[in-house]
Design a protein around this ligand. Structure first.
Ligand code: ATP
Ligand code: MG
Length: 175
């Protein structure tokens, strides 16, 4: 008999394709009847095209509204941290709710890198994962401790990107 085992999967690295890999997996999982929730840690992580398409497939996708932190004032940073704590509570609640078979935490690595979330809190989340649940984490700069804890880690390395030669974002590729 096949044993179902929930995996911790990480898509990281400086090349394009981390979020799309995670969403591809979400689509695959949905095709197998799994209940999938995508939580976005950085606003604007998903285009409206994706929201529509995933929604039609029955994949729920929800922004956590952390905002962005580059050049934030100390007060703004505090607001961001409060939002991050609320976001983590929501993730924990959903993770433990029994309503999902796969949870995608898009850009969670990036949120840690920018100091929006504590690495410790993410590790605590991983430790509390229900055994059957699949957890997918994306974003550049995955912490070594997260990589250590994961079952699957793929690092997408940039070889070329059209932005480097000034080609603007293309519909269906970037949004
Ligand atoms: P995608 O959502 O297309 O799978 P990603 O999740 O791997 O991309 P992120 O780090 O989340 O990439 O960055 C999102 C945005 O940054 C996208 O517009 C993407 O094209 C762009 N980007 C990703 N990698 C590179 C790169 N190596 N050079 C320039 N822009 C990049
Ligand atoms: Mg991404």
């Amino acid at each position: 008999m096949q044993q179902a085992q929930g995996l911790i999967m990480v898509f990281t690295g400086n090349g394009k394709g981390k979020t799309t890999a995670a969403l591809g997996m979400a689509v695959r999982a949905r095709g197998q009847g799994l209940r999938v929730l995508v939580l976005q840690f950085i606003k604007g992580g998903q285009s409206y095209g994706e929201l529509e398409a995933l929604g039609a497939l029955g994949i729920e996708i929800r922004p956590l509204g952390l905002g962005f932190v580059r050049n934030a004032t100390p007060e703004q940073m505090e607001e961001h941290r409060a939002a991050a704590r609320a976001a983590l509570d929501e993730v924990r609640r959903e993770m433990l709710s029994g309503r999902w078979d796969m949870l995608v935490l898009d850009e969670i690595n990036y949120a840690v890198h920018f100091g929006l979330l504590e690495e410790q809190d993410v590790l605590a989340l991983l430790a509390a994962k229900p055994p059957a649940l699949h957890l997918v984490l994306t974003g550049r700069y995955a912490r070594p401790a997260v990589v250590e804890r994961a079952d699957l880690v793929s690092e997408i390395h940039e070889v070329k990107h059209p932005f480097a030669r000034g080609v603007p974002a293309q519909k269906g590729v970037e949004f």
